[in-house]
Design a protein around this ligand. Structure first.
Ligand SMILES: Cc1cc2nc3c(=O)[nH]c(=O)nc-3n(C[C@H](O)[C@H](O)[C@H](O)COP(=O)(O)O)c2cc1C
Length: 327
């Protein structure tokens, strides 16, 4: 598929996630088959003030391209300026966050607050899109609450802008991250949209990926929580879509190999010991479901060198293999 002039090999996207979709995780998901990866969201005001942490969120490797850099804010001038910074820094696509539900963001009239005023949303999107040369996309929700579903109105308004594609998280702002995503709006959006539509919300397994395409006619799917500790969802979804063969779970060996690859990347890009320490939150995801995993997790989270972690995790794979042979 294409977003603007950008070719995207597979319609399987890694969603933007603050605190999760940093460079190492994006690279891992890309290697697993994600077609497009998004950065964590970046406050436009921080970006234009050169805040280091915000600038760091934009660093990327060629192998993860295309990369979409997501920004948020309520002021048109700052959003235009920050979109230009993203473009100059190498973003392949710039994305505007019109879906963030957290109070701090909506109280500043940003994120999902735009859903209260679809015209303001479309105006912001158009002005930013017109000011950059790379494609501009947006990510939004179906509405503010169940009594004000605005996604069809938003679609009509976006049709008249230069926006190249948009993602719909099929929950309302009121739902936050709770309750079920309502995919039933997607076919109606698709009927009127003049650009690619990306479905987001509750895509947690390869089966969900397949069902999302079949039930909604969406052009691409965007996976968020389903990829945390489970970048294998991309690989297994590619396999299911291409061959019809369903493999929901990775093997223990594959989990450990990927965990170590992710850890090496994190140390490489964040430095030592920061990378090793920041990575500790990922062990539980990679070890999930494996026999006696809590003991191993408790051991590796206190280790102070990569070599120690590697040795212990490789031993653990051996232990699991012996366990299987005895069973
Ligand atoms: C830890 C976390 C951080 C998130 N950060 C962002 C973000 O920076 N920008 C954004 O547009 N959405 C963010 N989201 C929302 C996700 O992109 C996605 O819309 C939401 O999780 C629904 O998809 P899911 O049901 O597949 O998890 C975040 C979600 C999680 C769980």
């Amino acid at each position: 598929m294409k977003i603007g002039n950008i070719n995207i090999e597979r319609p399987l996207f890694l969603a933007p996630m603050e605190g999760v979709t940093d460079l190492p995780f994006r690279v891992i998901c890309k290697r697993m088959g994600a077609g497009l990866v998004y950065t964590e969201f970046i406050a436009s005001e921080a970006l234009i003030r050169n805040v280091k942490r915000s600038l760091d969120k934009m660093s990327m490797l060629d192998e993860e391209r295309p990369v979409s850099v997501q920004i948020f804010g309520d002021k048109i001038d700052s959003m235009i300026e920050s979109a230009k910074i993203c473009e100059d820094t190498g973003a392949d696509i710039v994305d505007i966050n019109f879906g963030c539900w957290v109070k701090k963001v909506v109280n500043n009239n940003a994120g999902a607050a735009f859903l209260k005023e679809p015209e303001r949303l479309a105006d912001m999107a158009e002005k930013v899109a017109q000011s950059i040369n790379v494609p501009l996309t947006v990510k939004t929700r179906i509405g503010w609450d169940k009594n004000s579903i605005k996604i069809l109105k938003v679609t009509e308004l976006l049709n008249d802008t230069k926006v190249a594609a948009f993602a719909v998280h099929c929950r309302t702002r009121e739902q936050g991250m709770m309750g079920d995503a309502d995919w039933s709006w997607l076919p109606r959006v698709k009927e009127i949209a003049k650009m690619p539509v990306i479905l987001n919300g509750d895509i947690l397994t390869p089966k969900d990926v397949k069902r999302a395409f079949e039930e909604t006619g969406c052009d691409a799917v965007m996976v968020a929580r389903g990829a945390i500790g489970n970048p294998f969802i991309f690989k297994n979804s590619v396999k299911l879509l291409d061959t019809g063969i369903l493999q929901e779970e990775p093997t223990a060996e594959e989990r450990i190999e990927t965990c170590l690859e992710h850890l090496r990347l994190t140390i490489e890009y964040k430095g030592f010991p920061r990378g090793l320490h920041e990575f500790r939150k990922h062990y539980s995801g990679y070890l999930k479901g494996l026999y006696n995993n809590s003991t191993v997790r408790q051991q590796v989270v206190v280790m102070e060198s990569y070599e120690e972690v590697e040795l212990r995790l490789k031993e653990y794979v051996e232990e699991l293999t012996q366990e299987l042979q005895l069973a």
